[in-house]
Design a protein around this ligand. Structure first.
Ligand SMILES: NC(=O)c1ccc[n+]([C@@H]2O[C@H](COP(=O)([O-])OP(=O)(O)OC[C@H]3O[C@@H](n4cnc5c(N)ncnc54)[C@H](O)[C@@H]3O)[C@@H](O)[C@H]2O)c1
Length: 434
């Protein structure tokens, strides 16, 4: 079975792949595989999303519509709600969400559901890869028994691997084709088969010893980011107390060509990964009686940032003899980072909530997000040029490149910049930075 799959995955072999979960991760991977000559079936529960994909329209504004449309027209990428297609493919890749529960514990229910759907249609000579982020041990302890329950042997009849997704939405330089891939298999044969499939997309595959290691690699990468962002946030707080500009400090430190990597402060963490993934690791470690310190400290600092932003904005208005209560604040950028359309876990939502709680009238501009549900209150993006002169302050929460910040600074009575985007502009007395 291994040789049969290696043959289908190698070079321009006739590989057929189903991807479960047509989201931020699944769609770009499907596009990359289809462009490499693989016949891709994207499976999703959401029929609207499936219909739009089959019309060649990506579900998110930051995905390349032209590529997708061409592949759909050529018949190499199609989407479906029917998990039955798994029965006819060589590999199934799982890209469904792995959020946190209300009590902030790993919620793997969607991966479990997807795995059961795979198990139903699993056949000898099939590879299954989990890409959804999960805790170390999940693939071996939970997924493997589920797939073996019907009597198929892993590493001989069917193959199971974990390969963490490393996509960085909005990154114009690194994508599926030039980001090295980590692969860990339940057996060496599982890793070999999975590596052969991914080699269709990217030449650099780094095979690790097992699935636990591959799962830990992903959590290390994202914990590294969460901890370093927390450090940058604390450097910002310390610098302000010392009377120095944290952005100048970090930019200057970044001139060191070795032993330093710049991370920048901001209004808090967002997205589906960085605020969530470290909690998967700390939860797992608690089950092993291991007290995780870095992750919890970083979480405490990062989640305090929306309050810090509101407090500093309050101070900046105060100095100008204005009050926060009753003011009109124009928020620029509501996504969790620059040039994406994703508001999941965005700190802007928390900042807007805190501002409204303090009696602020909030409006927003975001070229990527035409409408926003702010805790049940619908808001619509407004042209910033129309609001900027009548607001009390413009609050930059995501530094989208489409906004002309020089014009914004020239027009706004006060600009509070949480992303440091104004530091490249000439100094101005109406700009305050985090
Ligand atoms: N978004 C990122 O930047 C990113 C980066 C790296 C890793 N990841 C990880 O990748 C995984 C997927 O994240 P995402 O951002 O693509 O999620 P997403 O919410 O954008 O998309 C997931 C899709 O899966 C579908 N789905 C859920 N259960 C299904 C099922 N049983 N069958 C078919 N479809 C199903 C949903 O309808 C949705 O369309 C998560 O574990 C995430 O942590 C995400």
């Amino acid at each position: 079975m291994k040789d049969h799959l290696l043959e289908r995955f190698r070079g321009d072999g006739p590989a057929r792949v189903a991807i479960i979960g047509m989201g931020y991760v699944g769609v770009p991977l499907g596009v990359a595989l289809a462009e490499a000559g693989v016949a891709v079936q994207g499976v999703d529960l959401d029929s609207q999303r499936v219909d739009s994909l089959n019309r060649g329209q990506p579900p998110f504004p930051d995905l390349d519509a032209e590529h997708l449309a061409a592949l759909v027209a050529a018949g190499s990428f199609r989407a479906t709600c029917n998990h039955g297609v798994i029965a006819g493919v060589d590999a199934t890749i799982i890209d469904v969400p792995t959020p946190l529960s209300k009590t902030r514990e790993p919620d793997v229910s969607l991966v479990l559901r997807a795995l059961r759907q795979v198990a139903e249609h699993l056949h000898p000579g099939q590879l299954v890869v989990i890409e959804s982020t999960t805790y170390p041990g999940f693939t071996r302890e939970v997924a493997a028994p589920l797939l073996q329950a019907g009597g198929l042997r892993l590493g001989r009849d069917v193959f199971l691997a974990f390969s963490p997704e490393r996509i960085d939405p909005g990154n114009p330089v690194y994508g599926a084709r030039n980001t090295p891939r980590i692969v860990g298999g339940i057996t060496p044969a599982c890793a070999e088969v999975a590596a052969a499939l991914y080699r269709r997309v990217t030449p650099e595959i780094h095979v690790v010893s097992d699935t636990d290691t591959a799962e830990m690699v992903k959590l290390h990468e994202n914990t590294f980011r969460a901890v370093n962002i927390a450090l940058a946030n604390e450097v910002a707080l310390m610098s302000r107390r010392l009377g120095v500009d944290p952005w100048e400090v970090i930019d200057a430190a970044a001139t060191k060509p070795f032993g330093f990597m710049p991370f920048y402060p901001g209004p808090g963490l967002g997205g589906h990964c960085i605020p969530v993934d470290p909690v998967y690791l700390s939860w797992k470690m608690r089950t092993l009686n291991f007290a995780v310190r870095f992750i919890e400290l970083a979480e405490a600092i990062n989640t305090s940032m929306p309050e810090v932003v509101v407090h500093r904005l309050h101070e900046a208005l105060d100095v100008r003899s204005r009050t926060l209560h009753g003011s009109r604040i124009l928020v620029l950028g509501v996504t969790y980072k620059r040039d994406v359309g994703d508001v999941r876990e965005s700190p802007a939502l928390e900042v807007i909530r805190l501002l409204r709680d303090r009696g602020v009238v909030v409006c927003y501009h975001d070229p990527w997000v035409p409408a926003l549900d702010a805790e049940g209150i619908p808001l619509r993006s407004v042209p910033w040029e129309e609001e900027v002169t009548s607001c009390d302050a413009a609050l930059i929460l995501a530094d989208h490149v489409a906004v002309d910040y020089a014009r914004l600074v020239a027009a706004a009575p006060l600009v509070f910049d949480t992303r440091g985007v104004t530091r490249r502009l000439p100094p101005s007395s109406n700009v305050v930075r985090l």
